[in-house]
Design a protein around this ligand. Structure first.
Ligand SMILES: CC(C)(COP(=O)(O)OP(=O)(O)OC[C@H]1O[C@@H](n2cnc3c(N)ncnc32)[C@H](O)[C@@H]1OP(=O)(O)O)[C@@H](O)C(=O)NCCC(=O)NCCS
Length: 420
C-alpha cells in the first residue's frame, strides 16, 4: 500500500491508495455503506475487473478500511465529440465513520490529484442522492426519463419511420454479443454523456446474473435486421404479474440501440405489443427519446424525470477548451470555486462549433458564474439562462447571458445509460 497523504489532524484516519489484495475488504466496506446488500459473485468479479486500483483512495481507521472512492478512466461524449472524463465511483463511508469529513477529504484529494497530474479536465458521477455533491462543485448536467407505456398495437403513431425490409428476430443475449457494439457505437458520438464501451464494459452491460434479476425472467434479446445485416437490438426482461386470473406481465427494457430511425421504431413496436403483457417500462431513457415523439398518446407514457450525471470542471480552462459550442462565443467568465482555488478568477472563452480556447484574462467579466453552474451547463443539457434565474449565473454585460446560453446548449440532450 502506498501512503499518499499524512494522517489527519485527529491522527486517526489515513488516506491511502489500495492494492488488489485489499479489494475484498473495500468491497465489504462499500456493501456495508450501501445498506448491507452484497453483490452477486459475477457482479463482484466485474467490479474488480474494472476497478482502477492506482486511481482509488481508501481511508483506514485502526488499519481497517472505513471509506472508499475511485476514479474510472472514461471516454465520454461532450459537445464536440468523445473526450477523457474522470468517472467518480464507489464513494462510501462506513456508517460509524460518517459526518467526520471523510467524503470531503477523499473528493478534495481526487480533484487536487486530477489537477496536479494534468489528467482528465472534467469529472462526472452518478449520485445515490442528488443533494450530496453540489457543495463540491458538481452540477446536475443531465436528466433521464422513466417511461411506463401501456401495451398496444397502436401505441406508436402510424406514420413513424418504417422499412418493409426490416425483420425483428427474438434471440438470446449470449448469441448477439458481436452485434451489440456496432449498434451501440453508432449512438455514442452524437449524444453527450454517452460512454465508449470496450469489450469489458460491453460484457458488463450484457451481464444477467440470476442473483440480480429481482424475480424477473432471464434477459432476452430482439434483433432488427434486413438482408444486409443488423440494424438494431433491444435487451429486455419480463416481470410476471397477474390480475384477476389474467396475465398482465411487465416488460422491462434494459437497452435499445439502432443505427437508423426505422429499426429503432420497429424494435419499440415489437416491445410494445408482446403477448401476455400489459405495460412496458424503460429506465433510464433520454429525456428527448425519439420514442416519445412516436407515441400516439404521450401522456399515457407517464414520463418521470430525475437527475442523472453530475459534472465537475476540474480545470475550468482545459474543460471549457475541450468542448465545442453551438454558436460562436467570445466571453469573459468570472468563476467562483470555493474548493479549487486554481479555477477562481476571470477566463476568456473564445470558440464555436469547431472548438474553443480558454485563457486567464484581466478583462472585464461578461458573466459571473459558479463552477457548479458551469458543470451543469457543460454537457449542453441545462440552460445557463435557467441557472441565472436560480442565482447561479449573473449577467455583467447586457446580451452576454443569451449568447452564452445559446452557445452552451446541445441537441440532442445529454444522456448516460451506464452506471459507473
Ligand atoms: C454519502 C456519504 C459518502 C457521506 O460521507 P461522509 O464522510 O459522512 O460525508 P462528510 O462528513 O465528508 O460530509 C461532507 C458534507 O456532505 C454532507 N452530506 C453527507 N452526506 C450527505 C447526504 N447523504 N445528503 C446530503 N448531504 C450530505 C455533509 O452534511 C457535509 O456537509 P457540509 O460540508 O455542508 O458540512 C456517506 O454517508 C455514505 O457512504 N452514504 C451511503 C453510500 C452513498 O450514498 N454514497 C454516495 C454514492 S454517490
Amino acid at each position: 500500500m502506498t501512503m499518499v497523504n499524512e494522517r489527519s489532524e485527529a491522527g486517526l484516519y489515513e488516506l491511502a491508495t489500495p492494492d488488489p489484495a485489499d479489494f475484498d475488504e473495500l468491497a465489504a466496506a462499500i456493501h456495508r455503506a450501501y445498506g448491507g446488500f452484497p453483490d452477486p459473485p459475477e457482479v463482484e468479479a466485474m467490479n474488480r475487473e474494472i476497478f482502477e486500483f492506482d486511481r482509488a483512495v481508501v481511508v483506514r481507521h485502526g488499519g481497517r478500511v472505513c471509506a472508499t472512492a475511485t476514479v474510472y478512466s472514461l471516454e465520454m461524449t461532450v459537445p464536440g465529440g468523445p473526450r477523457p472524463v474522470a468517472g467518480v465511483g464507489y464513494v462510501s463511508v462506513m456508517p460509524d465513520h460518517r459526518r467526520r469529513g471523510l467524503m470531503r477529504r477523499m473528493l478534495r484529494h481526487q480533484l487536487e490529484t486530477l489537477h496536479e497530474t494534468g489528467a482528465e479536465p472534467v469529472a462526472a458521477l452518478n449520485s445515490t442522492e442528488a443533494g450530496i455533491y453540489g457543495r463540491f462543485g458538481y452540477g446536475m448536467a443531465s436528466q433521464v426519463a422513466r417511461l411506463t407505456i401501456p401495451r398496444g398495437a397502436r401505441a406508436l403513431l402510424p406514420d413513424r419511420p418504417r422499412d418493409p425490409a426490416l425483420r425483428v428476430r427474438a434471440t438470446e443475449p449470449a448469441l448477439i454479443t458481436g452485434l451489440v457494439a456496432p449498434c451501440y457505437d453508432a449512438n455514442v458520438a452524437g449524444r453527450p454523456g454517452m460512454l465508449r464501451r470496450d469489450e469489458t464494459w460491453t460484457r458488463r452491460a450484457l451481464m444477467d446474473p440470476p442473483g440480480a434479476r429481482g424475480g424477473a425472467a432471464p434477459l432476452q434479446a430482439l434483433v432488427a435486421e434486413d438482408g444486409a445485416g443488423t440494424r438494431g437490438y433491444a435487451l429486455y426482461t419480463v416481470l410476471s404479474h397477474w390480475e384477476d386470473s389474467s396475465p398482465r406481465n411487465i416488460v422491462v427494457v434494459k437497452e435499445i440501440y439502432a443505427v437508423d430511425d426505422a429499426a429503432y421504431a420497429e424494435l419499440w413496436a415489437v416491445l410494445l405489443d408482446l403477448d401476455l403483457t400489459a405495460t412496458v417500462t424503460a429506465e433510464p431513457r433520454p429525456v428527448d427519446d425519439p420514442v416519445l415523439a412516436m407515441l400516439a398518446d404521450f401522456r399515457r407514457a407517464v414520463p418521470t424525470v430525475r437527475d442523472q450525471l453530475h459534472v465537475r470542471l476540474v480545470d475550468v480552462d482545459r474543460a471549457l477548451a475541450s468542448r465545442a459550442y453551438a454558436r460562436d462565443v467570445d466571453l469573459v467568465l468570472e468563476v467562483e470555486d470555493p474548493l479549487c482555488p486554481w479555477n477562481r478568477g476571470r477566463w476568456r472563452l473564445s470558440g464555436g462549433p469547431d472548438g474553443a480556447e480558454c485563457r486567464a484574462t484581466d478583462g472585464p467579466a461578461d458573466l459571473a458564474v459558479s463552477v457548479r453552474a458551469l458543470g451543469s451547463a457543460y454537457l449542453g443539457g441545462v440552460s445557463l439562462r435557467q441557472l441565472a434565474s436560480a442565482g447561479a449565473v449573473t449577467e455583467r454585460r447586457a446580451g452576454a447571458l443569451g449568447a452564452a446560453a445559446a452557445a452552451f446548449r446541445h441537441d440532442p440532450a445529454p444522456y448516460c445509460p451506464t452506471i459507473f
